[in-house]
Design a protein around this ligand. Structure first.
Ligand code: B12
Length: 301
């Protein structure tokens, strides 16, 4: 299947690879690759100059679906091969391994571990709910150890942000008519990862995503809803709201502005939020559940 390359200026992506690079990266012949393209299993596009190119997101989708390994990930612009092969078949131990990499300041290894899990077929929801959440929970236990614990928390968070950003770059590009989703962390809290995780899993579920990040004022969220008319909005509460009554009122305003879309509330502190009685508002616990919910909306939308 050959299409012409469309410009998706807003979409994060690390670009395109040639059929030869992809064939080498996954250790197959160029003729096998061409056959898969002819059978419609791999979408090949053409540059203005007529050269065949494959979007990295499409190459990654194909590798995941076909259960193929990546032997030369650097040819796809991905993290180094070192650490990639070591994940295979050993998912249960990944939180431990991620924790060890985060503790020892081996950021490249941590990023590579997370990207490898995805290439091998793990869902972004699972990656967030299991290895990353578990490793950070352990990092959090170091709080009692004083300043060094805080230093480690900041550094580990930064490494996980890098890893998730890398992951987002290799997700399939959503179609032009994809529904929009947006969201952020609740006002007054500094936690960056929950909203970034939500953005990642919702993007993988087929949405065009805008992550407004940590500490998003309710009024800014309202403005963004008016601007983008999203079908899905998430809010993460890592900390319970200081004023639950005010939080419930602002959620009701957001739900009303959504005009048919859904508002999802989650996070460690979300139990302290009383949700307005609106069919548009949902409480969801994990990133895997959010992904399933988002997929349901993007399919029916
Ligand atoms: C990193 C970190 C920080 C960093 C944050 C850096 C940053 N910019 O993001 C810094 C150093 C700033 C920080 C500060 C504080 N922290 Co802190 N922090 C952590 C740590 C280690 C990781 C947090 C994290 O990002 N986890 C990864 C996220 C994604 O996991 P999660 O929150 O569990 O989210 C999962 C689900 O809840 C769900 N989810 C989350 N959001 C959403 C949203 C939707 C829509 C859905 C569907 C699902 C969903 O999916 C996620 C994946 O499974 C935790 C330890 C831990 N147990 O998590 C402590 C921890 C949360 N911190 C803690 C504390 C005490 C604090 C401070 C109060 C310390 C202080 N005295 O100043 C401050 C408060 C900050 C504030 N009020 O905003 C305690 C909280 C204890 C409690 N029960 O309240 C913890 C648990 C550490 C501990 N063991 O004591 N922290």
């Amino acid at each position: 299947m050959v299409m012409s390359i469309s410009k998706r200026a807003n979409h994060p992506s690390i670009g395109y690879v040639s059929p030869r690079s992809l064939a080498t990266a996954i250790g197959v012949s160029e003729s096998s690759l061409k056959r898969w393209a002819d059978e419609g299993r791999l979408r090949v596009e053409r540059t203005a100059g007529g050269h065949r190119r494959i979007a990295v997101g499409e190459a990654v989708r194909f590798v995941r679906n076909a259960g193929l390994g990546v032997v030369r990930p650097e040819l796809l612009g991905l993290a180094s091969a070192e650490g990639m092969s070591r994940v295979r078949g050993d998912r249960a131990a990944t939180a431990e391994r991620l924790l060890a990499a985060l503790e020892a300041d081996r950021a490249a290894e941590a990023r590579s571990l997370i990207v490898s899990l995805y290439l091998e077929g793990a869902t972004p929801g699972w990656i967030c709910d299991e290895p990353i959440r578990q490793a950070l929970e352990r990092v959090g236990e170091l709080w009692e150890h004083g300043a060094s614990g805080i230093f480690l928390e900041h550094r580990a968070t930064e490494t996980c942000i890098q890893a998730l950003t890398e992951l987002r770059l290799i997700l399939p590009v959503p179609p032009m008519e994809a529904p929009v989703a947006l969201g952020g962390g609740s006002e007054g809290e500094s936690y960056v990862l929950p909203s970034l995780m939500a953005a990642t899993v919702v993007a993988e579920a087929g949405f065009e995503v805008r992550n407004l990040g940590a500490d998003t004022p309710a009024l800014a969220l309202l403005e963004a809803i008016r601007h983008y008319e999203p079908q899905l909005v998430w809010i993460s509460y890592s900390v319970p709201p200081r004023n639950p009554r005010e939080a419930a009122a602002s959620l009701a305003r957001l739900a009303e502005a959504l005009n048919g879309g859904s508002l999802v509330v989650g996070g460690r502190g979300s139990g302290g939020v009383s949700l307005p009685a609106s069919p548009a508002v949902h409480r969801i616990g994990t990133m895997s559940e959010l992904a399933a919910f988002a997929r349901g909306l993007s399919v029916s939308g």
